[in-house]
Design a protein around this ligand. Structure first.
Ligand code: FAD
Length: 382
């Protein structure tokens, strides 16, 4: 197992200081290692996640080579040639487990932002002190965007949040964590080959959730109550002015509708499973409040906005993969982790084999399936 940095590198190097997992502790599971602390319903800090993974590496006796950067993987007649910062070698099979979030995605409009406005990605951001005083425009309202918008607003900087398509969820529903419902009702076990629009499912933004000791909901209504200003999707920059789409009302209605449908599906499942007496009564949430007047443009040269935080998602980096298995958009061509080049496999990608593949605890079932195929491949060669 080759790792360019150290164990749990992404959690140590590529996350901000206040981040906690949005998945509850009981859901942090790796094959043969479950959470055994005193707060199964809490949410791990980054130090705790790193420690959890470090313990797993030791306990599983993973044959690890850290500080080993893979710079090329090429197909050969009998497998693959791997070039690393610590030397080359040949192998019959390769599992790509290099992560889905190696680089922040920043839309091309970033290039048109005046130099007077500082631009950061979640990889640059550590805490509010990193930013100049003054207004901040956070772009993107998924988990990263809502969390950073809340933290920056609390630091005294006026925050404007540009909202595109998003997934609204309450932190708790009928007395249980909303992710308990996802897990227990089977939503997260749904297989990739049963999902109607798999491409869309794999591109779905992360839910508006935060892991805090208070187990608070962090949806757009919570941000509005804190004083965050909501604007529409950032469409363009013209003459130094940011132009935002209208239609917040429609976007909010759609996210509210999808949330209501999901919660109704949980209710049906609870009734069918005879659980109604064990959980709280069904809850209905206030629709997302539409601002009385939402701005359609913002002069980026006026000094009102001193910094922009791009919370517009992440993407993988396959710059080192010299095998023609990427599509026109740079996505890996695979069928449930079995890549279209024999002996090449992938793990750790969104909805790889199940909806839960996007999360740490999805790895157990996925690894079993993918490694089963890999073992068959090696046996057939022998
Ligand atoms: C901001 C953020 C918050 C998240 N919150 C949660 C959460 O609350 N709960 C949850 O379950 N999941 C969460 N996730 C998803 C979680 O990161 C993934 O499920 C998990 O990290 C996947 O593990 P991985 O080992 O496949 O990928 P990674 O953790 O990305 O690890 C990939 C490793 O590969 C190494 N690598 C990459 N390229 C090379 C190379 N060329 N040579 C050598 N080594 C290389 C990297 O250094 C890295 O250590 C979050 C993701 C992000 C980005």
């Amino acid at each position: 197992m080759l790792e360019r940095g150290e164990v749990a590198n992404s959690w140590r190097r590529e996350r901000w200081d206040s981040l906690r997992l949005l998945t509850p502790n009981w859901q942090s599971r790796l094959p043969g290692q479950h959470y055994d602390g005193r707060d199964p319903d809490g949410y791990m800090t980054m130090a705790e996640v790193s420690d959890f993974i470090e313990r797993y590496a030791a306990h599983s006796r993973t044959p690890l080579r850290t500080q080993t950067d893979v710079t090329s993987v090429r197909r050969t007649d009998d497998g693959y040639h791997v070039t690393t910062s610590q030397g080359d070698f040949g192998t019959q099979a390769v599992v790509i487990a290099s992560g889905a979030c190696n680089q922040p995605s920043v839309p091309p409009i970033g290039a048109a932002v005046p130099d007077s406005v500082e631009q950061l990605t979640p990889f640059d951001y550590r805490d509010p002190a990193k930013l100049p005083d003054g207004g901040v425009l956070v772009v993107g309202a998924s988990a990263t965007g809502v969390q950073l918008a809340a933290e920056l607003q609390r630091s005294g900087r006026p925050v404007t949040l540009s909202v595109g398509e998003h997934v609204r969820l309450p932190r708790r529903y009928r007395g249980r964590d909303v992710l308990w419902w996802m897990d227990a009702s089977g939503v997260w076990d749904q297989r990739y080959d049963e999902i109607e629009d798999l491409t869309r499912a794999r591109r779905l933004p992360s839910p508006q959730l935060v892991g805090t000791p208070e187990r608070a909901t962090l949806d757009l209504n919570a941000l509005t109550s804190m004083g965050v200003e909501l604007v529409g999707r950032w469409a363009a920059v013209r003459d130094g002015t940011a132009l935002f789409s209208g239609g917040l009302r429609n976007m909010f209605s759609l996210a509210d509708l999808k949330m209501r449908r999901l919660l109704a599906a949980f209710d049906e499942w609870a009734t069918a499973s005879g659980l109604d007496a064990e959980v709280g009564p069904p809850e209905r949430f206030e629709p997302t409040r539409v601002p009385a007047s939402n701005r359609l443009q913002l002069d980026l040269g006026s000094g009102e906005i001193r910094a922009i935080v791009w919370a517009t998602g992440f993407r993988p980096d396959y710059g080192w993969l010299d095998v023609p298995v990427l599509d026109a958009k740079g996505r890996l061509d695979h069928d449930g982790g079995i890549v279209s080049s024999p002996g090449l496999y992938a793990l750790g990608l969104p909805v790889l084999r199940r909806r839960k593949s996007s999360f740490i605890y999805g790895i157990e079932d996925d690894a079993r399936d993918v490694i089963g195929h890999l073992a068959g491949h090696l046996a057939a060669r022998r």
